[in-house]
Design a protein around this ligand. Sequence first.
Ligand code: MOS
Length: 757
Amino acid sequence: MATAPANNMGKPLPRLDGRLKVTGAARYPSDAAVANPAFACLVTSSIARGVIRAIRLDAARAVPGLLDILTFQNANEIRPLKTFSEGGQAASSIAPLGAPKIWHDGQIVALVVAETFEAASEAAQKVIVEYDEERPTPTLGAPGAEVQAVADVSKAHKDPGFGDAAAAYEAAPVKIDAEYSTPTQHHNPMELFSTTCLWADGKLTIHEPSQFVYGVKNGVATQLGMNPDDIRVESRYIGGAFGSKGSLTARTAIVALAAKRLGRPVKLVAARDQGFTIATYRAETLHKVNLGADRGGRLLAYLHEAFELTSRPDNYNVSGTTSTAVMYNYGAVATKVNIVHADRNTPGFMRSPPEVPYMYALESAIDELAYALKMDPVELRRVNDTMKDPADGRPYTSRSLMQCFDRAAAAFGWDRRSPQPGSMRDGDWLIGWGCATACYPTQIAPAAARVSLARDGSARVQIAAHEIGTGAYTVIGQAAADRLGLDIERVTVELGDTALPPGPVAGGSNTTASATSAVVKACDAIREKLFRAAIASNESPLAGKPVAALDLAGGRIVAGEASEALEAAFKVLGQATIEEYVESIPLSLSPEAMEKLYQGRVALAGGPKGDRLMFAFGAEFVEARVHARTREIRVPRAVGAFAAGHIMNPRTAHSQLMGGMIWGVSSALHEATEIDERTARYVNDNLADYLIPVNADVQTVDVLFVPEIDRDINPLGVKGLGELGNVGTNAAVANAVYHATGVRVRDLPIRIEKLLV
Ligand code: MOS
C-alpha cells in the first residue's frame, strides 16, 4: 500500500490544545458546568492505625446549609473492587467508608455535603471522630514492619536471575557492595483531585481527571452494582497526573453515592494536603546491590535485593529488576524483591515507577565500579553493552544505548573531564561530571477508534485516550492528518470520554503507540473505501488504476500526475461522510485483551515480555557544582540523548524528555515526603514544604534525539517516551556529586547536610 507523504508526522507542530490551555478555554473536569451543584468536603483520619470508636455529627449538622454527611455508619454500601495490580481498577483494597478500621493517616472517614463550599468546609471541621489508636509503623525498618518476598505473595511474580551469581561474585576480582535508598515522593499535580457526579434517569455521569476513563467507569459500576453502560466518565483535559490519576481512588464512588442520595449533582475538590493520602505516591525503597567484575570491567555478577514499602492490606510493588536484569551483559544474575507492610496508604504508579528507583541503584553501583576499576564510566557501559537478554538470549528489537552515550558525551564535552574526584574546580565551586543510562520499556495496548472523513475534507477522530499534558491530542491528530492527506487544521480530535471508543490507560508510556495504531487502521479503512470508489467511476482520471497506486494528499485523491477531489469519490459512494470504527490489538495479545479494554482492565504488551525485548534508551550527563565551604549544590547543566524509535512530534517529545530530566534533578536533590515517625503522618504535605526545583535550580537542559528506526515494535515504530527522561537522572546527579566531592551519597535526596562530612 502507498504511504501518505509525511507532511505532519515527525514535524514539531504546536499543540492543538495550546491556545485553549493558555487562554483558559480548556475545560478541566472540575470546570464542568453542572446545574445547581452541592459541594462536598472530605473528613480524613488524623491517626494512622486504629479503629473509629464514635463519630459525633451534631455540631456539623448545625451548620446552615448542611445537606448530608456520609460515614461508614450510614453509607457502607460500596462493594469491594480488585486492585489495579490484581486486574481490577482500584488503587487500594481498602473499601471506601467500608468499616471503622483505620489503615493509614488521611483515610477518608466522612464526606460532608452542603449548599456551598464554605458550609461544607466548616461542617467538615466540626465532625468529631473518636478513635481507639494503636502505635503505627511508619516506614521501612520500623518496629512492626512486616517483610514478605513478592514471590511468596504473588504467583505471577518472577525474580529475574540466572547462573550462580553468588559464586561468580565471590570469585570476581573487583567487587562493589552497596546499599541505596530512595524516599517517599508524591506527584503533586497542579490540578487537585476532584470529582463531580450527577445522576439523570438512573444514569451516572462522572467528571474526574483520569488517566483511564474506562477504568473509572467499570470500577465504579462494580462498586455501585451498576451496569457499566449506565455510567459515563469525562476527562478531556488533565492538569498533571504522572500516575496519580491512573487507578480508581476511594473518593469517586463516595461522591457518586452522595449525589444519588441527594438527588442533586455533587462536586468535590479535595484539598492539597488530602491529595497526599487519598491518592497514591511513590513509596520509599531500599536496594542492596552487589556487582562483581573482571579487571577489564566485564560484569561477572549482578545481585540485587530490594525492599519496597506498601500498605498493610495490599501487595503493591514495582519490581524494577525486570528492567535492570536485562540492562547489561552480566555473567550471572540473582535478584529478589520484597515488600514491607506498614501503616501507610497504598502506593501507586509515579512516572517510571520501576525504573526510577531501581536504575538509580544500578547506575550508581556501575559508577562506583568504574572508580574501582579506574575506568571511564562510559567505557564501562560499552564493555557491558548487549543486544540481547543475558539470561536467555532474547534479542532487543533495537537498542541504541551506546549511540546515545556517544552523542550526549560529545555534546557535553565529556572528553575534557578529569577522572579524579575533586579535581575539577571553578573558584569556590567543586565541579563534578556524571552520567547514567536511561531506559523505559516500549509498551502497547489494545485500543479502538472512530474516524470519520467528510466530503469537504474535514476529519474527526474519536478515542477515549487521555491528554495528561503530553501532547496526545496533537500526535493523534497528526497521525490521522498524515494518513488522510489533510492539513492538521482540518482534523478534530476528541479524547477522554467513555462515550468514545475505548483507549488504553495513559500509563506505561503506551498512549502514542496504542492510540495511533488504532487511528491509522481506521484511516486505512477509509482510504480503501475512497480509493475503490475513485477507480470505479469511468469519469474519474483515476479510473481503472490499481488501488495500491492511489494516495491522499492535499485534500485530494492522487495517483502520480492524476488526481481528483475527494468529493467525486464521495459522490460515487452516495454518502457525505465515511465513518470507520476499528479495534486494534497488538500482535502478541489475544482478542480477550480487547474485551478487557472495554471492561476497563489493562492489557499491555511489550517491554521485557514476549520473545523480543522492547525498550527505549537514553544517556544522561549532568554537571554538578558543590560549594567548597557551604556545600550548596547546583546542577547548572544537563544533556540527554535519547533513542525512542519514530518521533511523532519533536516539539512535544522534547518537552517530555526535558520535563523528565528536570524531574530527575528534582528527585535527586529536592524531593522527599517527610514522615513523622511517631504518628506515621506526612509532614510536608503542601507545595510550600515539598521541595521542587525552581528556574534557578535548573539552567541548561539539552535534549538530543538519536535517530532510530524499529519496525518490529508496532506499526508506526513509536517507542513512547513520556517516562524515559527521568530515568537515570538521579544516578547521573549522584555520580556527578561524587565526582565533585568524593562523597558518595547513597540515600536520596542529596542535600547539603549529607555532604558535610
Ligand atoms: Mo505512568 S506512572 O505509567 O501513569
